[in-house]
Design a protein around this ligand. Sequence first.
Ligand SMILES: C[S@@+](CC[C@H](N)C(=O)[O-])C[C@H]1O[C@@H](n2cnc3c(N)ncnc32)[C@H](O)[C@@H]1O
Length: 231
Amino acid sequence: MLFPDLQPKRGALPEGIDLRCCDVAEVLSVASGARLVTADPPWIYSQAPGVADPSLQYDVLKMPEIAGVVNRAADCAHPDGCRLALWNTWPQLGEWVEVTVGMGKEWRWGRILSGGSWHKSGPGGVGYHWIGDSEPVLLYKVGAPPCGRWDSLKNAHNSAREDHSAKPMEWMRGWLRRWTDPGDLVLDLYAGLGSVAVACALEGRRYIGAEIDPERHRRAVLRVEEAYNRR
Ligand SMILES: C[S@@+](CC[C@H](N)C(=O)[O-])C[C@H]1O[C@@H](n2cnc3c(N)ncnc32)[C@H](O)[C@@H]1O
């Protein structure tokens, strides 16, 4: 059932969906009480020059900077607990663990709790050792976030590739149903084309997220509006 406050509006994002065109620092300074933080950072893929190079698509960030931002998001958590779902990549995973373990007690999200993977089908996919057809997502928590629904959310998801970097919205709708309640706040650090914002609009969760690139932000807003008005 849709969150009752989410009324359709013409030419505007649904109520409760705050998708900003700004640096992530801005949303970190205002968000509070998040039940779920999602992050799909703009990693640098030094080993994949050419068509797969994300720096051709958007601003990329060095790993310590990404770790600092993800860490600060713990300040935006609900006092009773919050999960973090962090999209990673297989080639970056080792360095990510090194960087966060190297932060010692400064690292707020503790150990990796669990993980899942998205298996992508369809044309595309690049890689050095093999063609990358899957992406890992790591799960962390602070506090003791509840898990109210014991339905069949799986930690592996198969679906077709979408636009460059867009993540599987249907799977993430399942995360929302499992890990949050209607009206809960979801903080999305790097919104991209707005997949998490669409999922929140359709599942009646409040959303705040940042996308720094005006053109990607414009496309994300359109995506949310279209999905919401079509529902
Ligand atoms: C991997 S993409 C996210 C894709 C997203 N998960 C989706 O489904 O569309 C990373 C995004 O972070 C954005 N970005 C880079 N630096 C940023 C910053 N400092 N603040 C906010 N967004 C940033 C990029 O423009 C890019 O769209």
